[in-house]
Design a protein around this ligand. Structure first.
Ligand SMILES: NC(=O)C1=CN([C@@H]2O[C@H](COP(=O)(O)OP(=O)(O)OC[C@H]3O[C@@H](n4cnc5c(N)ncnc54)[C@H](OP(=O)(O)O)[C@@H]3O)[C@@H](O)[C@H]2O)C=CC1
Ligand SMILES: CC(=O)C(=O)O
Ligand SMILES: [Mg+2]
Length: 762
């Protein structure tokens, strides 16, 4: 279940229920995509206007793709007979999985999904129902339908419908594992037409995988397939047609004997059926794909302990080389829909296989490395299949599939400019919640201790619960212990994390230690020892002192207090980064477009030109840490004119930046709408911004920065993350008063990333 081995299963199960139950219940919803605020809008959207496209479609059926959402709508359809590894749990119980798939289609490929659960086990009746509803959809993903019925159902629907249709448990698994097979064979230096393979499992996934491997060059006579009764050999009776196809002319009966002297083991059966002895009996550099979920046929660690030369993949996200369908289905359907393919044929599947396999051999971009918080990812034993958060998947796989559809003659629409198509794909993914996902995934790979102030507040407690259960951080709660416990009881939050009450007896030693530090820091700034003793009982000082002493790795404070009053003790205790004179704060703005950053939103009221230079430098550093190349616009209300006093100040900052940091992509003074628009930028060919819109905006004063982001937040057109405090030596962030749970989680995530980066540096 949870990959985080120190999270307890009960909490995780409860979190899964809470996650699904939170309003709006479930995981997907329908959102209108056209204006609907005036009487005219409504008369266009519905009667009488709607009759016009109806008749157009009636006269020219192909225009349904022009006038409706069909072209970007996929049905994820199940009858609930083989749900994950849970078996036949019924149509209704399968709905969370199908909704989940809808979520993945949307976030990874911007495809809309209706999940459809059909209470029908009779294959012929099921087929008739799917055919009846097919006109609604641009594509159909069959899911979790048990073998052998799945084979018949898919085959007939493919023949009788003319839209992209795929049973993902068969072909998604086959495509991803085939890509992994090609690459692992290269690493093992073995040829596909010579290797001996054992396939354990003979169900939907195993049969489809083996067929695809054969089309790639594997010799059928080199395959031994096993089901729950052992090797499928000539002695077996009552086999399904699909199993009959894999009968081996051998007397070998057991898996144990089958694997002896084999080169590849593919497990699509159940957990822990492969023993270390079996693994030891395989040839040199054995390839083991233990793909059963959630427990592989042999655990990753056990396999590597057993023999060092094993080349290993599993279905799990917590080990290298995860063979996961999500690398395939969003992008395969994206490519197929974009050319209105009449089906998903072998050429398209093979194109996806090679695109995925090739991608793993390309240099991995920094953003992916950061997302997984590793030193590097380089093609080899520990990395032969791309990572799910690799945002090149959409361009590589979808393009390859679309191209194959066109070339194999199943596309009803063509693409001539594939560079342009790739840009369109990236634009689709503009809304950069992906950045948040990537940040969280990086944090989870090496969670840090984060202390949350004002922990008596519901939002803070809920954020702590999410941080803990998601495995993003090890939170501790700072505040009044008794009151925190009462609040936890009141809100039904069970959370077994440290509660730190500065006045508590158990903090006596810490108070003493912190008092000495505080007094030493402040004794020449008017603080006497008595005051220091009093102050360490206050959480506003206690938190920063914990951080200073390494008793926590990061600090999030300020939920219920004014920003500057909480910031003051932080600045008194935590040192500034080298070369930093004044700290500043930045907001990350996530909207439909790419992420942008505003500074200084919270600290320096009327910065001088020199202050603006420092703010720009700190912003450059911070934006880079999100693996984004900063393009900095120094904002004013004139464009390169320097008439007003404010603009003169900004122009002076720009000239200092140009002189001191010639490589920095920064210019101004410029108005924000100009800095965001390539056409407007082209009027200033001398500008260092060129014609690529800026993503980082340094405002001339605090009011303009602060009010700008607050308007965006108030209009709910963007998610605003921050303020990210810049310029301190340790990760501490001061929340806006009454921040939302998400805002707290996001800032804590940023604090974890900061702590990881500093750990790496030291
Ligand atoms: N990592 C990934 O991407 C994916 C992993 N999977 C995993 O593959 C497994 C099978 O899924 P799927 O094909 O959809 O399911 P099916 O129900 O269609 O097939 C299961 C197969 O496993 C066989 N089996 C069960 N126990 C054993 C055993 N002890 N030894 C050998 N074979 C056994 C069954 O044998 P019999 O025919 O005799 O009943 C059957 O052939 C699941 O664990 C699933 O999690 C599936 C899809 C994707
Ligand atoms: C991964 C998947 O689709 C399954 O386990 O059914
Ligand atoms: Mg499935």
């Amino acid at each position: 279940m949870s990959s985080n081995n120190n999270r307890d299963e009960k909490n995780f199960s409860q979190a899964a229920l809470d996650y699904h139950k939170a309003e709006p219940k479930g995981k997907i919803e329908v959102i209108p995509s056209k204006p609907h605020s005036s009487q005219r809008d409504l008369s266009l959207a519905y009667s009488p206007g709607v009759a016009v496209p109806c008749m157009e479609i009636h006269d020219k059926p192909e225009t349904v793709y022009d006038y409706t959402g069909k072209g970007n709508l996929v049905a994820v359809i199940s009858n609930g007979t083989a749900v994950l590894g849970l078996g036949d749990i019924g149509a209704e119980a399968s709905k969370p999985v199908m909704e989940g798939k809808g979520l993945l289609f949307k976030i990874f490929a911007d495809i809309n999904v209706f999940d459809i659960e059909i209470d029908e086990k009779d294959p012929d009746k099921f087929i008739e129902i799917v055919k009846g509803i097919a006109p609604t959809f641009g594509g159909i993903n069959l899911e979790d339908i048990k073998a052998p019925e799945a084979f018949y159902i898919e085959q007939r629907l493919k023949e009788e419908l003319n839209i992209p249709l795929m049973h993902d448990d068969q072909h998604g698994t086959a495509i991803i594992s085939a890509a992994a097979l090609i690459n692992s064979l290269q690493i093992a230096n073995k040829d596909i037409d010579k290797v001996k393979m054992v396939v354990n499992g003979a169900g939907a996934a195993a049969i489809a995988c083996t067929k695809l491997y054969i089309s790639l060059g594997l010799k059928k006579e080199n395959v031994l397939m096993c089901d729950s009764k052992g090797v499928i050999n000539h002695k077996r009776e009552n086999l399904t047609p699909e199993k009959l196809d894999f009968i081996a002319q051998t007397d070998i009966e057991t898996l144990e004997d089958a694997v002896k002297g084999s080169d590849v083991f593919v497990g699509l059966s159940k957990g822990n059926v492969m023993t270390p002895e079996m693994l030891l009996s395989m040839n040199d550099n054995p390839i083991v794909f233990a793909l059963a979920n959630p427990d592989p046929e042999i655990a990753y660690d056990l396999a590597l302990e057993t023999r060092k030369d094993v080349i290993m993949a599993t279905g799990r996200s917590d080990y290298p080389n995860q063979v996961n369908n999500v690398l395939g289905f969003p992008y395969i359907f994206r490519g197929a829909l974009d050319v209105q393919a009449t089906g998903i044929n072998e050429d398209m599947k093979l194109a996806a296989v090679h695109a995925i396999a090739d991608l793993a051999k390309e240099p991995v971009p920094e953003a992916v490395i950061l997302a997984y918080n590793v030193q590097n990812l380089q093609f080899g034993r520990e990395y032969f299949i791309p990572k799910p958060f690799d945002n090149r998947l959409i361009t590589k796989v979808s393009s390859a599939v679309a191209k194959a559809a066109i070339e194999s003659g199943v596309a009803r629409k063509t693409i001539t400019d594939f560079d342009e198509y790739e840009h369109q794909l990236l634009d689709r993914m503009g809304r950069d919640e992906r950045l948040v996902r990537m940040m969280q995934s990086r944090a989870k790979s090496n969670p840090k201790r984060i202390t949350l102030g004002n922990a008596e507040e519901y939002n803070v407690l809920k954020a702590a619960q999410i941080l803990y259960e998601e495995g993003i951080a090890y939170p501790s709660l700072l505040g009044d212990k008794k009151y925190i416990k009462e609040q936890m009881e009141r809100y039904g939050i069970t959370l077994d994390v440290p509660i730190i009450d500065p006045s508590d007896d158990d903090q006596k030693e810490n108070r003493k230690k912190y008092r000495e530090t505080l007094w030493k820091l402040r004794q020449r700034k008017g603080m006497n020892e008595y005051k220091a003793k009093r102050y360490v009982r206050q959480r506003d000082y206690f938190g920063p002192l914990m951080l200073k002493h390494g008793d926590t790795d990061g600090l999030i404070v300020g939920f219920s207090k004014n920003y500057t009053s909480v910031l003051r003790p932080v600045l008194e205790v935590i040192e500034k980064d080298k070369g930093v004179d004044k700290v500043a704060a930045m907001m990350m703005i996530l909207s439909e477009k790419k992420p942008i950053f505003f500074a200084d939103t919270s600290i320096n009221q009327n910065p001088t030109a020199e202050d603006l230079v420092n703010i720009a430098k700190m912003a450059e550093f911070t934006v880079k840490s999100f693996a984004i190349e900063p393009r900095i616009a120094m904002l004013g209300f004139e464009n390169f004119a320097a008439i007003s006093e404010t603009s003169k100040k900004v122009a002076k900052a720009v000239s200092i930046l140009h002189e001191k940091f010639p490589k920095m992509v920064v210019d101004g003074e410029i108005q924000p709408d100009f800095a965001m628009n390539a056409d407007h930028l082209s009027d200033y060919p001398f500008s260092k911004l060129g014609t690529t819109p800026a993503n980082t905006f340094i405002f001339p004063n605090l009011e303009s920065a602060n009010l700008s982001y607050k308007i965006l937040r108030g209009m709910k057109v963007a998610q605003v993350i921050g303020p990210i405090l810049m310029g301190l030596k340790q990760p501490v962030h001061v929340l806006q008063m009454r921040s939302s749970v998400d805002e707290i989680v996001n800032l804590a995530t940023i604090a974890v990333l900061d702590a990881q980066r500093r750990e790496k540096k030291s």
